[in-house]
Design a protein around this ligand. Sequence first.
Ligand code: SER
Length: 325
Amino acid sequence: MGTKKDKKILVTGALGQIGSELVPALEARYGAERVVASDIRIPPAGAYQGAFEQVDCTQPLAIQDVVRRHDIGAIYHMAALLSAVAEERPQIAWSVNLGGLYNVLEVARQNSASVFCPSSIGAFGPSTPRDRTPQTTIQRPTTMYGVTKVASELLCDYYAERFELDARGLRLPGLISYAAPPGGGTTDYAVEIFYQAVRYSHYTCFLAADTRLDMMYMPDAIDGIIQLMQAEPTRLKHRNAFNVTAMNFTPDELAGEIRKSVADFVIDYDVDPVRQAIAESWPRAIDDSAARAEWDWQPRYDLATMTADMLAKLGEKLKSPTRTT
Ligand code: SER
């Protein structure tokens, strides 16, 4: 199994968009004493019930030290740069996204730990079929983010094959959440739009109105990550880099859905050519039938239920004077 009994779990990038919600979910399932959160940043005091370690994943000895001290049996490796920021800083993206994963896999190999590594719709490129994108298909991404994601998928496959390391992963679509901001992704508009709708009933979108991309609400992503790590290995034909999606929509369609609750909501457009080009190199709708068949992937939220929940949760959160993001 991906998460070994009695051993602890390490989450890298714990302060990021996914890590912020993955840590509490793992604590709820396995107990706070079994989860070690880590990030290159330092959290506010009292942020974690369990242990926190400051770890820079480009430093293999730092990872090794934490894994040995805490008797780690599974590493959920979430530390990475997102697509737009990786395009601004390609050298750092290579070092963090691929170098960091290499270090994690090596430490996992030396300590018989399993690894979860998120891939992305960014692992596809302009020559990939954009609709019903198959599980196995052409992957020639044109972004540094995509290059590191394809290489990560291959590296995880290699370690699984060569060293029998239990490395599993999902190709996640754009993730929508209200807990922590994504920071530097091409799909971030689908988060920002909710903050702006609740605060100002107005949003200026950096992607064009008809840009269709796969998306998912964070609770489904968290469930999917934990479910894959618990899946029966004999059922997994792919193991790593599963296509998963929950919905796909355009900015115009999302605005229409928000307008059902925020009647005066207005969207306008100021297209960022860099992020628009990235979005146009990605699929519009991926086929996740392998995940459904091999480990019963089944998202709970669609566009309507996600939108209603986001607006309700953000409405509450933005009322609080102490929370502004
Ligand atoms: N949400 C990510 C990004 O936009 C895609 O994996 O970078």
